[in-house]
Ligand binder design. Sequence first.
Ligand code: IFG
Length: 474
Amino acid sequence: MRAQTKQLSDVIPLPASVRPVPAASFTIVSGTAVSAPPSATAVAAHLAAHLAAKWDLPVGEGGAIRLVEDSGLPAEAYRLEITSESVTLTGGTAQGLFWGVQTLLQLGPELPGGVIEDAPRYAYRGAMLDLARHFFTADEVKAHIDLLVQFKINHLHLHLTDDQGWRLEIPGWPLLTEVSGGEGTGVDGTGPGFLTLAEYADVVAYAAERFVTIVPEIDMPGHVNAVQLAYPELTADGQPVSQRTDAEVGYSSLVAGKEETYAFVEDVIKAVCDVTPGPYLHIGGDECHSTPPEDYRTFLARVLPLPGKYGKRAIGWHEIAAADLPETAVVQYWRIEGDAPDVARAAAAGRQVIMAPADRTYLDMKYDPDTRLGLDWAGHVSVRRSYDWDPADRLPGVGEQALLGVEAPLWSETLRSVADLQYLTFPRLPAIAEVAWSPRAARNWESFRTRLAAFGPRWEATGVTFHRSPEIDW
Ligand code: IFG
């Protein structure tokens, strides 16, 4: 049975430090004002509007809820002090205040008294959405971002290209979306469309207002049938390939020995970097079963430096660790084997790693044998299995100091709607968000599953089609 009265620690992700003052509490009512000193005015307006949207709070002077910026705190850190008279939220930056607002929104409107001091364990706390196998519109992606930030997720990786479809308009290469971005180019011929540059810019701006960095992925040299369908000159023999909307992987490859390949790749990388304010460009690199290993290294040697040429850091799925990596390249681990020597070698050489082991973080894995949606090649991933692991223990030779963070990828081969997207995402995304944010020593499955139960009624009230896992006493 869930505790009836809310505790100050009833927050996901669990805050780093919670010091309750049981005798104190503060109830937010409409009319409670939100205020901020000049140093935080611009910030406060956005954040107060966020609060006001929930409780119709006026923004004015001398409010009982005070927002303060303190550059002495780390950027994403915040301090929330709740007394019976007032609420003071201090943030290292606007982003720290925004994360504090998420905590406030989870605790309110009857705020338990006390002090929360909080900051994330990892800087990169990501979710990934595969728009290639099944396309989701800009508005659907923006609505998803609203759900992700509630759990302090601060990166959204968009898998924009694959064998089935190409989902981002590229100037100078119109056939990518005309041929491979149209109706019926998803798995099993479903799903419409692609993002125009304007729609992509809209998603990027919407995400930035919520302190989320968009990480675009152009997957290569594998997973390129959609490219070669649109531009046969990029195949080995110049002959057109046939359209593929099945869910096979590993059968396509750009041609490392063709100069046309690099002209195409550089145009695309430049175009995507030009419309991406965030620091990363993901170049894919996974499952290149049709690229001879020597060609794979040749291709990466020429392509991995390109994001840097256009001011970005390259991220790649961890197979890229077989090649020489630029200093700033990030390796994203995704498999389930017990070790990955190339990744350990990259970590030893100072490269950073994002942990996304499929048997813990792949949201497209079935919860259990009865789950209609999803795949099971990495096994079944229950809510507990997505919570009860630690990124610093996952790979020999890849310890805490090598980890940039954690990501929860959602591949969309079996998705056909936002309801499907939400069913596989919730409640495992909050579990992975806590792995990525909270101090390792503070994490505990029994505590998490109890705190998670409170989100059932909230998701029901807001129409989020989550999986009512039997592991939780909803
Ligand atoms: N592996 C493929 C994805 C997707 C996935 C489904 C990676 C990096 C299996 N590559 O995961 O394209 O098909 O679980």
